[in-house]
Write a protein that binds this ligand. Structure first.
Ligand code: TA6
Length: 301
């Protein structure tokens, strides 16, 4: 079901949610309730923007982001699934899996008692997806759009044998200036430094940024907090179902090469990703499921 009229008839909610399409046929869920606004592309169930009412956007979207079928969008909350990073054996398979570049469908929508909007999306399997992943593992993304943003990636193993999955909510957060912020919650942890040859290091204090940063923190289970004096706010990242976190900023040289971060876009974003990456991949037994859950909230400072 991808025609806008039917989507709005079946899943639209007055004062909460309606669906639109752009000139390329990309379909979007437009959420505007009394607590927040958000926009989600059906491709990839990709949350593009989220701003609690009266608050500057919390999720960053590149001004140079490209919206085209089969192409990942720079920014928002990309769903990385069913592997994180490069495919372990197939170099031709897309980095971070295929989930973020294939169609998802709306499975359910509702308004909550406190005024938030709930949406459930399901990945639409196809010959193309099965060619990269033959397992019977239906995957859903559950979103709750309100004063807080909750995202839950649910993988079910409907097959007859165990399956190993890597995944992530690869979230881009909007900040005042990468040189002025710090990230708390990772102090004392080991991390795999992916800038240059992979090297295991230990995080001493808060994470600060003065060059390209690409790190997989292991045994990371505590909340992370982005402290942003420029915007006079902190963004708290709570999570369950993940024991690794990735912190990433491409800095100027890589950002320029990537071409879709916009002019100085790298200064205005930081990725703090809740992941099942590196050794933290998850083994799901037949009939089992895995839930990767995050909750983002904004606190004034
Ligand atoms: O999560 C960090 C990372 O793996 C970086 O190495 C960089 O590749 C980033 O993801 C963006 O990846 P993408 O495939 O979205 O361009």
């Amino acid at each position: 079901m991808t025609d806008i009229y039917t989507l709005n008839q079946r899943y639209g909610i007055q004062d909460h949610l309606h669906f639109t399409a752009d000139a390329n046929g990309m379909i979007y869920a437009e959420v505007k309730n009394r607590l927040a606004e958000a926009r989600i592309a059906l491709q990839g169930a990709h949350l593009l923007t989220w701003a609690p009412t009266g608050t500057a956007p919390v999720i960053w979207l590149s001004e140079a982001a490209k919206f085209a079928a089969g192409k990942s969008v720079r920014g928002g909350v990309p769903v990385c699934w069913p592997w994180f990073g490069a495919h372990p054996t197939q170099p031709s398979f897309p980095a971070h899996g295929y989930a973020r570049t294939v169609p998802w469908q709306v499975l359910a929508t509702s308004a909550t008692q406190d005024g938030a909007t709930r949406l459930v999306f399901g990945l639409v399997e196809s010959d193309a997806t099965r060619a990269q992943w033959a397992h019977a593992t239906p995957v859903e993304l559950h979103l709750t759009i309100g004063t807080h943003l909750e995202c839950e990636l649910v993988t079910r193993n409907a097959g007859t044998g165990a399956v190993t999955v890597g995944d992530a909510l690869h979230t881009y957060f909007a900040i005042s200036d990468i040189r002025a912020i710090k990230v708390l919650g990772l102090e004392g942890l080991d991390y795999i430094d992916k800038v240059g040859p992979s090297t295991l290091r230990k995080q001493q204090d808060a994470v600060t940024f003065e060059s390209e940063t690409d790190r997989i923190y292991v045994e990371s289970v505590a909340d992370c907090v982005i402290v942003d004096p420029g915007l006079k706010r902190c963004i708290r990242i709570q999570k369950r179902g993940s024991r690794s976190s990735v912190v990433w900023n491409p800095w100027i040289e890589k950002a320029t090469k990537m071409g879709d971060l916009g002019e100085d876009g790298y200064l205005k974003m930081v990725c703090v990703e809740s992941t099942n990456a590196a050794d933290d991949v998850v083994n799901i037994h037949a009939g089992g499921e895995h839930r990767l859950w995050v909750r983002y909230s904004v606190e004034a400072i």
